[in-house]
Design a protein around this ligand. Structure first.
Ligand SMILES: Nc1ncnc2c1ncn2[C@@H]1O[C@H](COP(=O)(O)OP(=O)(O)OP(=O)(O)O)[C@@H](O)[C@H]1O
Ligand SMILES: [Mg+2]
Length: 267
């Protein structure tokens, strides 16, 4: 079955102040291969938006572009705009290091530094010049609380992060990201390497975090998207074909490809 990629249903928001980030005509090339073909999406503040779609459809490529993580890959080119607070963060003169304090990322595999729990959270803060011990202690506590890990680690803050379970390590990585007080948190399949119980705790953490952050998450797990997200974007062959409220995507999508994908009849 092939689908008409010109058939689209993409919602937009009326109020500019409700939008945390949006892309316009975003295209990504790996060498000669155009992997993302001009995606326009708006992300609502304090909501969770899930990016779903088949393997190779461009979800990770698109997500990574949002905080310029594709910059380091040689031969990669990203055109179009990524608008954050009226600034196009895709422009060459942007200080990527500073921008990533506002737009943070958590990866698929938990990747804590081989340091203590405490140092994992304070490392970047110290590099940014924060020296006040009381302030650092306070940020460690609030970040771990927000990531729902504090109660489990508060007596072991100086033990190695590598001794934590996979789910705990991933929540530590979330705590590490939010310690920088970003506005936007990007997550690429953050629970795919975790068991169901750890996945549940990470999901619960994300739902609690949306009060303070705008969250964009790539997931292969349909139930996860349905459980935690407010909006869902369906990617197919480097295009976003459908973007709507999650409950509409999962109950009455307007696009055939989306319907087949969410009902498991894809391809
Ligand atoms: N580093 C890279 N170099 C070259 N091509 C790449 C690279 N990363 C991704 N691609 C290509 O870009 C396209 C989109 O890949 P991407 O990883 O974004 O898809 P995805 O939707 O995240 O897939 P999955 O669900 O398997 O993670 C694919 O054709 C892929 O082969
Ligand atoms: Mg991916």
């Amino acid at each position: 079955m092939s689908y008409d990629i010109n058939d689209r249903n993409l919602i937009t928001f009326d109020q500019a102040e409700d939008i945390a980030l949006y892309t316009e005509d975003l295209k990504v090339w790996y060498g000669q291969n155009e992997a993302i073909h001009g995606v326009d999406l708006q992300f609502e503040k304090n909501c969770i938006t899930a990016l779903i779609g088949p393997s190779g459809s461009g979800k990770s490529t698109y997500l990574r572009s949002l905080n310029r993580m594709n910059d380091g890959i040689s031969g990669t080119k990203v055109t179009g705009s990524i608008m954050y607070k009226e600034v196009d963060v895709n422009r060459p003169e942007i200080d990527v290091y500073e921008m990533r304090k506002r737009i943070g990322m958590v990866f698929q595999r938990p990747n804590p530094f081989s340091k203590s729990i405490y140092e994992n959270i304070t490392f970047a803060l110290k590099r940014h010049g924060e020296k006040d011990k009381h302030k650092l202690d306070e940020i460690v506590e609030t970040s771990l609380k927000q990531a729902a890990l504090w109660e489990q680690v508060k007596d072991n803050l100086h033990k190695s992060a590598l001794a934590l379970s996979g789910g705990q390590q991933q929540r530590l990585c979330i705590a590490r990201a939010i310690a920088m007080k970003p506005d936007i948190l990007l997550l690429d399949e953050p629970a795919s390497a975790l068991d169901p119980i750890s996945t549940g705790t990470v999901e619960e953490t994300l739902v609690n975090l949306k009060e303070n952050y705008t969250i964009i998450i790539v997931t292969h797990n349909m139930q996860q998207a349905a459980r935690i997200s407010d909006y869902t974007a369906f990617f197919y062959m480097g295009h976003c074909l459908e973007y709507d409220l999650t409950r509409k995507i999962f109950t009455r999508p307007k696009i055939k490809a989306t319907e087949d994908y969410v009902s498991g009849h894809f391809g």
